[in-house]
Design a binder for this molecule. Structure first.
Ligand code: PGA
Length: 228
């Protein structure tokens, strides 16, 4: 069994037939795999696999959100926080993300904190600066090993493009230096056709997989390569 984490972020594109197919064709997953289904489908996944959520909200009365204090009791241990789609479309700021990280840790949840530069940042040579700012602000006042960093270049998400292997290795190194060796997983167009090379990057502690999470054969192939 591989030690690298495989975090399957199913996002919000699967209909009930897709979900049904996944559940039927993948009766179980190895222990290093975490599936993060769309909230409405969580009950179908929860007794079968290790489940994580794609987002969380605070303890209180907030119509439409998920209360952080209810997650652990449902047997869920992982939460993705600060995905770039939430930053971009739902205006999540580093400050809000920082509050979410803290409240997750207080509730004994493991956090997958997403960070990543835009294409503009990259082209202007600002990748490290932007990542450092995200880490400083999102982890402000946080002292915990229960955090996994998801390094996801925004321009690599859903585009079929990835940074070069050398770039990913260097960036992961940089992230580890500033956040005291937390685990770092890479995300952004992780696919069956590039997983073998991505898997060879030194320092990578796993992968955050979007689109391929929703395709049974691609899930199988990625697991096969990473777990050997
Ligand atoms: P992708 O998404 O694998 O479809 O690029 C990754 C993510 O958004 O976590």
């Amino acid at each position: 069994m591989g030690n690298k984490l495989l975090i399957f972020n199913m996002k919000t594109t699967m209909n009930i037939n897709d979900v049904d197919k996944f559940l039927r064709e993948i009766p179980s997953l190895p222990s290093n795999a975490i599936v993060c289904p769309e909230m409405v489908y969580v009950p179908y996944f929860i007794n079968k696999y290790t489940v994580g959520l794609q987002n969380v909200y605070f303890n209180g009365s907030y119509t439409g959100e998920v209360n952080v204090s209810h997650i652990k009791n449902m047997g869920i241990n992982y939460v993705i926080i600060g995905h770039s789609e939430r930053r971009r479309y739902l205006n999540e700021s580093n400050e809000l993300i920082n509050q979410k990280v803290k409240v997750c840790l207080e509730n004994n949840l493991k956090v997958i904190l997403c960070i990543g530069e835009t294409l503009d940042d990259k082209e202007n040579g600002k990748t490290n600066e932007v990542l450092k700012c995200q880490l400083d602000e999102c982890l402000k006042g946080v002292d915990s090993s229960n955090i996994i960093i998801g390094y996801e270049p925004v321009w690599a998400i859903g585009t079929g493009k990835t940074p070069s292997l050398e770039e990913i290795e260097k960036t992961i190194d940089y992230i580890k230096k500033i956040c005291h060796n937390l685990r770092v997983v890479y995300g952004g167009s992780v696919k069956p056709n590039n997983i073998s090379s991505l898997n060879n990057i030194s320092g990578v502690d796993g992968f955050l997989i979007g689109k391929s999470s929703t395709i049974v054969d691609e899930v199988r192939k990625i697991i096969e390569v990473v777990n050997g």
